[in-house]
Write a protein that binds this ligand. Structure first.
Ligand code: PMP
Length: 362
């Protein structure tokens, strides 16, 4: 049966590359001649060991990850890392400095307070998170273990366009919604956390890239499963990992490499987001409240001039096979999430639909 072609603008779980999905389907019942499915084979098998090794190598190549960093493939989603990062990195009474730029960094702050000392070094809450504080606004503590920020606020639609400059202090960043969409200098980070279900693969997996020398000093009574050092030593297999998620992640890494790597992903993201923002700004009917220099390339919230038309917009969009455009409940309006797997044709179809809708209803 051929699948109905829809463009899925969901914030996550989100669209995955069509080629990857086809490969998953083709080899689902028989993984590499094993006579078993990837979801049936042991994580201790030689097939899985090969897959784990390749995914490590491919992600290292994609982000140019230095040898003194470990890549962990864990369960628990990105939210688990809001606790695990401070549990592992704030032991001994150290302070984590946090930049508060939206709902996701806010949740990380709340969670970190349960596990260590937190200093909110800068916040754009008063500006309703429509801007990202500049370096001159940071009030860093004396000797922070790290400076934490959410690289892309999936709900509000603000994105750091450059990596914050905090000298030698390690950065810890939640890159759940923009990892692999732009090059980064990993050596500036103590840890990078990224839930999989946007740019990496299916939900149920979180990727952590962590600097080796920072781990192994966890807080007292840390559950074994939450100890980065244990997970690093055991190759993320202290217990059974999310084998299917890890497998699909590996295929997505190969797909990105084949497309030309992160530079190509960035090029595509700039092209998609620039034309959608332009369409919004030129319309007079649609609006995006985020300051232009901080606008996300991945998640684009927008409003209609007349809110009463929201439901009609969503219904007509769905009929045009443009789905999952409803904005987050805390923000309202619409949101178009366009991750690496979103083809330009999807973005073009949305813009055409929006123009047509405005003509008919504007
Ligand atoms: N951080 C960011 C930036 C996110 O967008 C999300 C999910 N949308 C999360 C964290 C939480 O991810 P999870 O549901 O995997 O815990």
């Amino acid at each position: 049966m051929t699948k109905k072609q829809v463009y899925n603008f969901a914030p996550g779980p989100a669209m995955l590359p069509a080629e990857v999905m086809a490969q998953v389907q083709a080899e689902f019942l028989d993984y590499h001649g094993a006579g078993m499915s990837i979801v049936e084979i042991s994580h201790r098998s030689k097939e899985f060991a090969a897959l784990a090794e390749e995914s490590d190598r491919d992600l290292r190549a994609l982000l140019d990850i230095p040898g003194n960093y470990k890549i962990l493939f864990l369960q628990g989603g990105a939210t688990s890392q809001f606790a695990m990062a401070p549990m592992n990195l704030l032991a001994g009474g150290r302070t984590g400095d946090y930049l508060h730029t939206g709902i996701w960094s806010g949740k990380a702050i709340e969670e970190a307070r349960k596990h260590g000392k937190v200093n909110v070094a800068a916040s754009s809450e008063k500006q309703n998170f429509m801007v990202i504080p500049g370096r001159d606004e940071y009030r860093l503590s004396e000797d922070p273990a790290y400076v934490y920020y959410a690289a892309n606020e999936t709900i509000g639609g603000g994105e750091f366009q450059t990596t914050p400059d905090v000298g030698n202090i390690p950065l810890v960043s939640d890159m759940t919604s923009n990892i692999l969409s732009r090059p980064i200098d990993v050596s500036r980070f103590g840890a990078i956390i990224a839930g999989a279900q946007k740019n990496i693969g299916p939900a149920g997996l979180v990727v952590v890239i962590v600097r080796e020398d920072l781990i192994g000093k966890p807080s007292a009574n840390l559950p074994t499963l939450y100890d980065y050092a244990v997970m690093a030593k055991e190759g993320s297999m202290y217990n059974t990992p999310s084998t299917f998620g890890w497998y699909v992640a590996g295929l997505v890494f190969k797909w990105i490499l084949k497309q030309g790597g992160v530079a190509t992903m960035e090029h595509n993201a700039i092209a998609r987001s620039a034309k959608l923002y332009q369409a919004i700004d030129q319309s007079g009917f649609y609006g995006n409240p985020v300051a232009p220099e901080f606008r996300s390339r991945m998640n684009i919230p927008f409003t209609l001039a007349d809110e009463a038309l929201n439901d009609v917009f969503l219904k007509e969009a769905k009929a045009a096979n443009l789905v999952e455009l409803k904005g987050h409940r805390s923000v309202g309006g619409m949101r178009a999430s366009m991750y690496n797997a979103m083809p330009q044709s999807g973005c073009d179809a949305l813009i055409d639909f929006m123009r047509d809708f405005e003509k008919r209803h504007g």
